[in-house]
Unconditional design. Structure first.
Length: 271
């Protein structure tokens, strides 16, 4: 039996055949502006057969592929709203398998790698819109694992270190866009731990102190870009707590911000 659904404004929203109240055969769907947004084949209410989805303005095919028993199956192609290719690969039983590729909306390749049972697996490479490498490393059951490197869009190394099941682990370093070292320290179970050092992009030290359970804790020191001390004091869970000394850029004591703190609040100034 042929059936038509309508939007509140009276325009068609969906049309196709029903078999005992369930969608069956080819159906067409429209938005409330009358533009076709979807063609889908059904068998007894389940998506089964070819699927084509359009953008809201009806000009671009955003997705094309096949369903079997209500799950994606076989080769699929996805596109950006601009019409540029977005992703291409294969499904089996609703899970991505084999080689998949993705592209930026300017047409440049964004990533390439393998899927197994719906999860990223093995070596992957990700790229910036300008074609330069953005990231390189290994996925294990959909989680980053082992050594990874990341790069800025100008090609300069941005970060390097290891993951263990998606959590950062061990020594990590990050770098400014000019290649100068930005941070260096350790991760344990995805949280910063132990001594960390931060540098300005001119190579001078910016900050140094320790982390406990991912939060700054203990004695920390800070410096201006030209090397003069800026502040020094105790941090507890990332908040100033205890005695702090602060200096102006000319090296003179900043009496207005120096004193005894509790949870970032200045309780008593130095006299």
């Amino acid at each position: 039996m042929r059936h038509t659904d309508r939007h509140a404004n009276g325009k068609k929203s969906a049309e196709g055949s029903l078999d005992q109240g369930l969608r069956d055969g080819a159906w067409v769907f429209w938005n409330d502006h009358g533009r076709k947004t979807l063609e889908q084949e059904f068998v007894r209410g389940a998506r089964h057969g070819w699927h084509t989805r359009w953008s809201a303005d009806g000009r671009v095919k955003l997705a094309e592929g096949e369903f079997q028993h209500d799950r994606e199956h076989g080769e699929w192609v996805l596109r950006h709203e601009s019409g540029e290719l977005a992703e291409r690969g294969r499904y089996v039983g609703g899970r991505r398998v084999g080689t998949w590729e993705s592209w930026h909306d300017n047409g440049a390749l964004a990533a390439r790698g393998e899927y197994e049972h719906g999860a990223k697996q093995g070596p992957w490479v990700e790229l910036h819109r300008n074609g330069r490498e953005a990231a390189r490393g290994v996925w294990l059951d959909g989680l980053r694992d082992g050594e990874w490197t990341f790069a800025h869009a100008n090609g300069v190394l941005a970060a390097r270190g290891a993951f263990r099941r998606e959590l950062r682990e061990g020594p990590w370093e990050t770098f400014h866009k000019n290649g100068a070292l930005e941070t260096r320290g350790l991760y344990l179970g995805g949280e910063r731990t132990g001594l960390w050092t931060v540098w300005h992009d001119n190579g001078s030290k910016r900050a140094e102190g320790s982390f406990v359970d991912g939060e700054p804790f203990g004695w920390w020191e800070f410096w201006y870009e030209h090397g003069a001390r800026r502040a020094a004091g105790e941090l507890r869970e990332g908040k100033q707590s205890g005695p702090w000394k602060c200096w102006h850029i000319d090296g003179s004591l900043d009496a207005a911000t120096s004193g005894i703190y509790w949870e970032d609040e200045l309780r008593e100034r130095w006299r």
